[in-house]
Design a protein around this ligand. Structure first.
Ligand SMILES: Nc1nc2c(ncn2[C@@H]2O[C@H](COP(=O)(O)OP(=O)(O)OP(=O)(O)O)[C@@H](O)[C@H]2O)c(=O)[nH]1
Ligand SMILES: [Zn+2]
Length: 193
């Protein structure tokens, strides 16, 4: 990633809004924003499938029927406004032959989230990487997120959460999927109310 170029663009934006990028207060801001963008978009160029390649865990056939990782932190950036959206990802799969280390799943989420995204595509991409990498019998990916562009500008709905579902194979069946959704339960914020 070309951080110098990002910093130059941020300097230009500060000028465009009528601020002085050479002031004591703002002179480090282009560099800081460039560093932040380095984090936000660290998934650019990362092959998420490679994160599953060496992640197999030998279970000698004892895969269990369902693996669910609930409440994985989700941080991404919307491609429309370059504003953050964040929340939780829940990933369930019915194993075929392969089971991977649990920590591989948040890594796949993080790699795909660290790009300009829309929530629906992010969910579909996570589901597809699992489908391709694990050959599971079924996959469900549920994302729950609050979007900066919905909360802080535009309609300014500060509490709404977007929930999206992507599913594959046996878990695309509504009855099978309902069991997973029941295990995921209501959103954590609603649980605590
Ligand atoms: N489906 C979907 N929409 C998103 C996502 N992130 C942001 N948006 C929406 O993308 C839309 C962009 O709409 P545009 O009309 O092109 O841009 P805008 O005028 O800035 O949009 P408003 O937010 O409606 O003011 C808005 O409705 C956003 O709320 C996302 O992950 N998925
Ligand atoms: Zn947006």
């Amino acid at each position: 990633m070309d951080r110098e170029r990002i910093a130059r663009a941020v300097r230009e934006m500060l000028c465009a809004i009528g601020a002085d990028p050479d002031s004591v207060e703002l002179q480090e801001t282009p560099r800081r924003v460039a560093e932040s963008y380095g984090e936000f978009f660290a998934g650019m160029g990362v092959d998420p499938g490679s994160l599953l390649v060496d992640a197999a865990v030998p279970v000698n056939g004892d895969t269990g029927e369902l693996v669910l990782m609930r409440d994985i932190s989700l941080r991404s950036v919307c491609e429309h406004h370059l504003l953050p959206f964040r929340g939780r990802a829940h990933i369930a799969y019915q194993p075929g032959e392969r089971v991977v280390g649990l920590s591989a799943l948040p890594r796949v989420v993080a790699a795909l989230a660290a790009r300009p995204q829309v929530q629906e595509r992010l969910g579909e991409q996570i589901a597809q990487v699992l489908e391709d990498g694990l050959s599971p019998r079924g996959v469900v990916v549920v994302l729950e997120a609050k979007h900066g562009c919905v909360a802080d500008r535009g309609v300014r709905e500060t509490d709404v959460e977007a929930v999206t579902i992507a599913s594959r194979g046996a878990l695309a069946d509504p009855a099978a999927r309902a069991e997973v959704l029941a295990l995921i339960g209501p959103g954590v914020e609603r649980q605590s109310k």
